[in-house]
Design a protein around this ligand. Sequence first.
Ligand code: 13P
Length: 249
Amino acid sequence: MRQRLVAANWKMHGDRAFARQLMGQLKTSLSALDKEAQVVIIPPAQLLADVSDLAKGSSIEVGAQNLAQWESGAFTGEISAEMLADVGARYALVGHSERRSLFAENDDVVAAKVARVLATEMKVIFCCGESLAQRESGSAQAVVDAQLAAGLREVSSGQWGKVIVAYEPVWAIGTGKTASPEDAQEIHAGIRVALKRLGAPEDDVPVIYGGSVKESNARELFAQPDVDGGLVGGASLDAQAFAAICRAV
Ligand code: 13P
């Protein structure tokens, strides 16, 4: 059975007081959560060590939002995969649309980052998704397939167990617009076909949905047969709302 997973991408939000308060609330409200669903908190990098300490004694795991595409060296301001793993990260996001569009990360950078993550004990949450123009022109699946083929080209046959795909249509991120459960299901099913083509073992890779996931739509999205959970931005900054989303998975 595929791992079900709900991940909180805090983006550039949160200080130490916020982390303490939110993690305290989450640990209480998620203590009874079914262990089959993995909850991952992905805070900004300066909070990773704090959040992994705060998560101790719970089943919550911690992830990084970004990493360098290099192993080590003279790269002022960069943080390597090894360094992130060292402070407690067990997952890392790669290919998020904000990294692609605001920081000009192309397929080569994305593929290099995937390889760096997989060289550590961390798992990669590989993000893909089409723009509104691409959806309207009918090329959503083709765009996603191309992102998968390019970004995951360095994954070796033994590494697929460390890959999670997050489908995040760009037009749904932070906009309040969500893909309908049927539209999400259609792309997720297509992603499974594409993963098989890339050599992933049949049906083993979790595929989660992101883009304005909220308490009010989570259950219906997660009920789709190929939607294995969610990657949550805005709603993950509210302990109550995020816990409700986790319970819906
Ligand atoms: P929102 O949930 O705020 O739309 O963000 C989604 C996202 O980008 C998560 O990575």
